[in-house]
Design a protein around this ligand. Structure first.
Ligand code: HEM
Length: 487
């Protein structure tokens, strides 16, 4: 192409921008660079092109409108080729198999199936709330328990017991494993893919044993429950679940179909668990930092739901402030700040710039969600911004950016959003969340909580107090959990 590459930081010939690359939370540095170089920016890292898009328009023009060529994923040699995570939907290349997998997931997670999914979320919530009464200091552990319970209920009709449930432990291990090879340049083989051919005994080939170990753990988690349900379907004893639906829909799958089904189901945990946990954790942090927001949301819930029952999904449309708070949770510290990287499949030209085939294309969602022209006072939590009469383009719904783009947009949004709604509404109806207290019983001075620098970003360590709003609420929760256990 005769067109120039998009502008970007100075290129140091062979090594490109490698030496300039920010280490950790690159979304913030990229947002600063975008002010200088524009909302389409080119970086060259070890000979590979990275295109960073930082405005709704560039993202919509390329990742949405030209999604036929912008929907591949970059090849990750360690995580993908060696461990095998490239068989799950989020990391899979853009192929007919990927489209088939998405279709299966979308038919399981759709407005048609939403009532069944909501029933699972509600039933797990009833078991979750009493845990918060018993040990509020462990709110993060309970939050993860809740999300895992919902995911395993939907996928495998599996009721997890406590935090030491074997499936939870296995899933935790897969989660931890997953973070390692997808961290930038964590393994040399991602920079020099031909290293994957070196023999196992060769010095420096330790990564191959690590990959084999991770693969074993992943397959164990993927297959154990799946095989159990397959046997139950054969005996006519299987409970309704995503696996049951897939197997009953095609009792004699080919080996390829069988592999596809297993990976589609595993993708629900892989993509849906840690992401949802991050959003729910942000809720606690926001509540402990912005008490006036909490009070306004509680006043709305009290007026609409009253104090004698828990909120339900049917209440949502009469809770506009709670809905606006949920939008702020997605925006304030987005769960996936730079979305997942896309890969361009053929040369393209945009606004006179050449975008080379194979380029990694990143939509910097964080930059958009913190653009003061779109969201005034972006570092504050201001649900009111969505309730004002909108002036043109201001304060767009953050979900348009928080869940990714084009043909790779998150297919689990319905579950994520329903989980977040019921979590926020139920906790605000029953608890007060506040800042941690010092020895003198007064609130601690609050320090800024840094979010982690991973692909799925979580709030760093923080404490908060979580107390039932009244003795009546405590009784209500105890009764509900007894009834739920009996059922
Ligand atoms: C608050 C919770 C969640 C957030 C913020 C979130 C966000 C995202 C984002 C940003 C992407 C990348 C889209 C892109 O590449 O442009 C994604 C992909 C994906 N998400 Fe979610 N997600 C959440 C929950 C879930 C849940 C609950 C599920 C499953 C039930 C799920 C399943 C997936 C899958 C399978 C993909 C890969 C799609 C593909 O590559 O084609 N997510 N999500």
């Amino acid at each position: 192409s005769n067109s120039p590459l998009p502008p970007g930081p100075r290129n140091l010939s062979l090594i490109g921008n490698t030496l300039h690359m920010p280490i950790g939370r690159e979304w913030i540095t990229f947002a600063q660079w975008a002010k200088k170089y524009g909302d389409i920016m080119h970086l060259s890292v070890l000979g590979r092109s990275i295109i960073v898009l930082s405005s709704p328009k560039t993202i919509s023009d390329l990742l949405d409108k030209r999604s036929t060529i912008y929907s591949d994923r970059p090849v990750l040699t360690m995580a993908g080729t060696l461990v095998g995570y490239d068989r799950v939907i989020p990391l899979e290349p853009y192929t007919p198999r990927h489209r088939q997998g998405r279709k299966l997931m979308q038919s399981a997670i759709s407005p048609r199936t939403q009532p069944v999914l909501q029933a699972s979320i509600s039933s797990q919530m009833i078991h979750f709330l009493p845990r918060l009464v018993d040990s509020p200091a462990h709110f993060r552990q309970h939050t993860r328990w809740l999300v895992d319970s919902i995911v395993f209920q939907i996928t495998y009709a599996y009721n997890i017991s406590g935090h030491d449930d074997p499936l939870v432990q296995l899933a935790d291990r897969v989660n931890r494993d997953f973070g390692r090879p997808i961290a930038p340049a964590a393994f040399l083989v991602d920079i020099f893919p031909s290293l994957r051919h070196i023999p196992d005994w060769f010095p420096g080939a330790g990564f191959k044993a690590i990959a084999r170990d991770m693969r074993r753990t992943y397959l164990d988690m993927r297959d154990r429950q799946y095989d159990r349900i397959r046997a139950e379907v054969a005996h006519g004893t299987a409970k309704p679940s995503l696996v049951t639906t897939l197997i009953e829909g095609n009792p004699n799958p080919t080996p390829e179909e069988d592999d596809l089904y297993r990976n589609v189901v595993a993708s629900v945990y892989g993509a849906g668990s840690d992401t949802s946990v991050s959003a729910l954790e942000s809720f606690f942090l926001i509540m402990s930092r912005f008490p006036h927001v909490q009070k306004a949301a509680q006043a709305e819930i009290d007026a609409v739901v009253g104090r004698g029952r828990l909120p339900t999904f049917g209440d949502r449309e009469r809770l506009p402030y709670v809905d606006a708070l949920i939008k702020e949770i997605y925006r304030w510290n987005p769960v996936v700040p730079m979305s997942l990287p896309h890969r361009l499949m053929q040369d393209d030209v945009y606004e006179g710039y050449h975008i080379p085939a194979g380029a990694t294309v990143i939509g910097n969602s964080w930059a958009i969600l913190h653009d003061p022209d779109l969201y005034p006072d972006p570092f504050d939590v201001v649900p009111e911004r969505y309730l004002m009469k909108q002036d043109g383009e201001r304060n767009p719904d953050p979900r348009a950016f928080a869940f990714g783009y084009g043909r790779r947009v998150c297919p689990g949004q319905i579950i994520a959003d329903d989980t977040l709604f019921l979590f926020v509404a139920s906790i605000l109806a029953t608890f007060d969340v506040g800042p941690p207290l010092g020895a003198n019983g007064r609130p601690h001075a609050q320090e800024d909580v840094a979010y982690t620098a991973e692909l799925i970003s979580h709030p760093g360590p923080f404490d908060c107090t979580i107390t039932p709003r009244s003795a009546d609420v405590e009784k209500l929760l105890a009764t509900l959990s007894v009834v739920a256990d009996a059922a």
